[in-house]
Design a protein. Structure first.
Length: 95
């Protein structure tokens, strides 16, 4: 890992993954990071679309990597308008 990124992550209170719909890329990164047990709060947000669940292929890819069914079923996409106020200003954001 790049030492600069490693330093940012060490100091960050949370990690936020962002994509347009929060049902494929950012959702996958969010759930997989939690599965790997990273020691930070993890969240993900959508910038454009409001969706109600994961894309089926995302769920399949997560299950194939050992993510338990319960977090996959429980995941609900969040739009930035609904979740940005809760993001810590010192969060590391990946988009």
């Amino acid at each position: 890992m790049d030492p600069r990124l490693e330093g940012l992550l060490r100091a960050a209170p949370e990690v936020v993954f962002v994509c347009s719909g929060n049902m494929v890329r950012s959702a996958f990164a969010h759930l997989y990071a939690e599965h790997l047990g990273i020691p930070l709060r993890v969240r993900s947000l959508a910038t454009r679309y409001r969706n109600t669940g994961l894309f089926p292929e995302t769920a399949r890819a997560l299950r194939a990597r050992g993510v338990a069914p319960e977090p996959i079923r429980a995941f609900r996409p969040t739009h930035v308008d609904d979740g940005l106020a809760e993001v810590d200003p010192a969060a590391v954001v990946f988009g």
